[in-house]
Design a protein around this ligand. Sequence first.
Ligand code: ADP
Length: 171
Amino acid sequence: MTIAIYPGSFDPITRGHLDIIKRASPLFDELIIGIYDQPEKQLLFSTQERVEIVKQAVADLPNVRVEAYSGLTIDFARQVKAKVIVRGLRMSSDFEREFEMAMMNKKLAPELELVCLMASLQYQFLSSSLLKEVAKLGGCLEDFVPDHVAQVLRSKFSRELSELPKKGVLL
Ligand code: ADP
C-alpha cells in the first residue's frame, strides 16, 4: 500500500491545489493532505478553518483525507507511514524553493521520494496569496476556487471591512 502526503499551507485551497489532488490521488492508495499548522507566512484562516475548507473540497475523493500537522514535513510523512511527498510546480516561481526543500528532505529522510506534478496551464499563475488580494478588493473568485471557498473568503473580508471603522475609532 503506497501512501502519499500533499503538504502545504492551503490558505485557502484553490482550484490549482485541487487539480494536483485530483491528478495525484489515482496514483496512490491513499493521499493525505497535510495542512501545515504554522508556516512562516501570515495566514488568513486558522488551522481548523483550513482543514474544514479542504475537507469539504475533497469530500468526493474516497482515497483522500485531510490532517493538520506541525513540525517537520518528513516527520509527518513518517508518522502517517507515507513513502511519497507530492508537490505542485508552477512555471519557474516554485522550482528553486522546491529543489532546495527536496534536497534537505532527502538528506533528512532518504527513504521518502518526492513526486512533483506540473501545474496545469490554466492554474500556472494562481496562488493563494494573489487570490486573497483579489478577494480583498471584491473581485470575482469563482474561476479560482470552489463555491464554498469563495463564500468563506467573501465573509472573511466583509467582516474585516465592517470592523474598519471600529479600528479607526480606537486609533
Ligand atoms: P506552501 O506554503 O507549502 O507553498 P501552498 O498552499 O502555497 O503551501 O502550496 C502547496 C503546494 O501546492 C506547493 O507544492 C505549491 O507549489 C502547490 N501549488 C500552489 N498553487 C498551485 C497551483 N496553482 N497549481 C499547482 N500547484 C500549486
